[in-house]
Design a protein around this ligand. Structure first.
Ligand code: CO
Length: 302
């Protein structure tokens, strides 16, 4: 993908970005006190499909100290609270070409500074990004901007390279001036995503996962597990998914939860634990996807 950014690829990346941007606009309209999180996620995912694209991952809804990797579960009865912040992280793909973007909504004026910190950090990062920039230069700008608002960047969450059908390529764009991140951002696709918090600046994993992905494997599984694996692999390859998309009753959902455990035990399924701020701090996040070509930078999700 890094060397394969042909015209067709760039066209699809831009198309995915356009859908993702409109999905963010929809998210901002939907997020209101009392609205069910299930409704928010499902509406956004349906919108993406109506636009002829597919979710690159289930819509992540992070309320307050939840930083990432929570998507509403089947029959989720939680609602948008009255106070705090809500992060909506949206992935869209067109033929495997991915756009990854996120926005934070302050539910009350007291959180506007926190939201502004990650928004401005992303803006500043986009001002300096250019072909060949070192990842740590972006990290420095993100960190100093967030600190100028009196908040901490989250150091163990980072931006990332993106490849076709792969959300995290392994290339890291730190949210602080990590002196080890001397690698240059060459031709390719990258997500820049500053996280700001009034907590310690680190996330930890909870013992819950609501998002999974499959590993490519030549495996023989029994009965339901085999047909579920085959169905999800056909539809998603190794892109993340939620059981919400596959269950149409509580019984079915509970059955799928068992299958997930079986697949995880066989090492053909990866779980993404919910990530929360270590000290319970509130977290804001903004994210855009950029396509870096030989000479230019295209922000696809703006
Ligand atoms: Co991302």
């Amino acid at each position: 993908m890094r060397s394969g950014l042909d015209e067709e690829a760039v066209k699809k990346l831009i198309q995915a970005g356009r859908v993702a941007k409109r999905a963010v606009d929809l998210a901002v309209k939907l997020v209101k006190h009392g609205v069910s999180v299930n409704y928010v996620a499902t509406s956004i995912e349906n919108y993406i499909r109506e636009q002829g694209a597919e979710p690159a991952f289930p819509v992540n809804i992070g309320v307050n100290n939840v930083a990432a990797h929570y998507t509403p579960v089947y029959n989720d009865d939680s609602t948008i609270p009255e106070q705090g912040v809500v992060k909506i992280d949206i992935g869209v793909h067109v033929d495997g070409y991915i756009a990854d973007t996120a926005v934070t909504i302050a539910l009350s004026p007291v959180f506007e500074g926190l939201v502004e910190a990650s928004r401005r950090a992303l803006e500043k990062a986009l001002e300096i990004v250019r072909p060949g920039i070192r990842a740590l230069e972006i990290g420095k700008v993100v960190e100093s901007t967030i600190r100028s608002y009196g908040f901490n960047p989250i150091r163990n969450l980072s931006g990332h390279g993106i490849e076709r059908y792969t959300i995290h390529s392994g290339i890291v764009i730190p949210n602080y001036g990590d002196i080890l991140a001397r690698h240059r951002l060459l031709e390719g696709v990258y997500a820049i995503e500053p996280f700001a918090t009034n907590g310690s600046g680190f996330v930890k994993e909870l013992d819950i996962a609501t998002i999974y992905s499959l590993r490519h494997a030549k495996t023989t599984l029994r009965g339901g597990a085999m047909s579920f694996y085959e169905r999800v692999y056909r539809e998603r390859l190794t892109l993340p998914f939620t059981l919400r998309w596959y269950a149409s009753s509580v019984d079915e959902y509970n059955g799928l939860l068992k299958i997930v455990e079986e697949l995880a035990g066989r090492k053909v399924l990866v779980k993404y634990p919910v990530l929360v701020e270590k000290t319970g701090g509130y977290v804001s996040q903004h994210e855009h996807t950029v396509v870096i070509t030989e000479r230019d930078v295209i922000v696809t999700t703006i």
